[in-house]
Design a protein around this ligand. Structure first.
Ligand code: MTE
Ligand code: MO
Length: 326
């Protein structure tokens, strides 16, 4: 049974996407879960209309890919999956530039023979290559809302694995309380955003508590839309924590360290009064320069006409994470 995914639809057909997803939501609720999983649970489609996009150059199919039924479109409420092209061509990746149009520059990221070094306060330090990761941690698809601190948002079908599996594999010592994640950096390769060239806290780093990393939602993405990640989205492996602002999700991870103290992080070091360490999505806590009560859904057309929707506490994932924060 072939069910087209929204990103297989023609680039101009926004209405069909909405109709399709409304229909799919109806199907999901009408069909017993087990049937829903077996008939709708496979993804990994590559559409004919976007397969020749330059912004998707070098991506490979992850088919067959099983969708985690816990994270499907039924919880998306007012949104639909963001067209694939927009996820691939509207980015934040300051290593490659200070605006949203960095996907071409990001093609300079060298992803061959990638390794992720995991160490610090663990019993079992590891250096994984991509084959190790794939073999040890089965790839699944999850559809998550994604909320940038700049008040725009998307919905992305990621592929990857829960962070908890990696955490269990390296077996942290009880002294380990935080985890520090480091992105790829080579000053010869990344031009940076063009401002404050000599005072940026490279490499990009981020951090979580151990409890946050062990949470069901915390995810390492190695793909999106059924294929490996495009470089501009943080290939070959990036963090996704859907209840936090997007900047917490470091891209192109090369190192993971288990530590005792809360680690310094990129945006928090640069502008501490605007970007905290916890950075959970919270409509009631405005950014010093703008409200966080609402967000604009990244969509086709000029940005001023993007649909505005209310922002949800924890980006709508409170049932999974609220207990972490008392
Ligand atoms: N290494 C690195 N990771 C990063 C960033 C960055 O500039 N460098 N930007 C962050 C921000 S602010 C956001 S919103 C997301 C954007 O991810 P996307 O371009 O795949 O949508 O990546 C996050 N991860
Ligand atoms: Mo962001």
């Amino acid at each position: 049974m072939h069910i087209p995914k929204p990103w297989t639809l023609p680039a101009s057909d926004v209405t069909s996407e909405t109709v399709f997803w409304n229909r799919r939501r109806f199907l999901k609720s009408a069909i017993a879960a087990s049937v829903g999983v077996s008939t709708l649970g496979l993804s990994g489609c590559r559409s004919s209309d976007d397969s020749d996009l330059d912004s998707l150059a070098g991506t490979r199919s992850l088919k067959p890919l099983s969708r985690n039924p816990q994270f499907t479109t039924t919880e998306l409420g007012d949104r639909t999956i963001t067209p694939r092209r927009l996820t691939a061509e509207y980015n934040n990746f300051y290593e490659f530039g200070g605006n949203k149009s960095i996907w071409k520059a990001a093609q300079a990221l060298p992803t061959d023979s990638w390794k992720v070094e995991v160490g610090g306060l663990v019993k079992n330090p590891q250096t994984y290559d991509l084959d190790d990761l794939k073999r040890k941690f089965p790839t699944e698809e999850r559809i998550y809302r994604f909320r940038c601190v700049e008040a725009w948002s998307m919905v992305v079908p990621w592929a990857g694995f829960p962070m908890r599996l990696l955490l269990e594999d390296v077996d942290p010592l009880s002294r380990a309380k935080f985890v520090r994640f480091t992105s790829y950096y080579d000053s010869e390769v990344v031009p940076g955003p063009g401002w404050r060239p000599n005072s940026l806290p490279w490499p990009y780093t981020e951090g979580l508590t151990i409890e946050e990393m062990a949470n069901d939602l915390a995810f390492f993405a190695t793909g999106a839309y059924g294929e490996t990640l495009p470089k501009q989205n943080g290939a070959p492996i990036r963090m996704v924590m859907p209840w936090k602002y997007g900047f917490k999700g470091a891209k192109s991870i090369v190192k993971i360290e288990f530590v005792e103290e809360q680690p310094a992080t990129y945006w928090n070091s640069l502008i501490p009064n605007e970007y905290g360490f916890v950075a959970n999505v919270n409509p009631d806590k405005p950014h010093p320069r703008w409200s966080q009560a609402q967000e604009r859904l990244v969509s086709r057309g000029p940005s001023f006409s993007w649909e505005t929707v209310p922002t949800l506490h924890y980006n709508g994932y409170g049932e999974f994470v609220a207990h972490l924060y008392g």
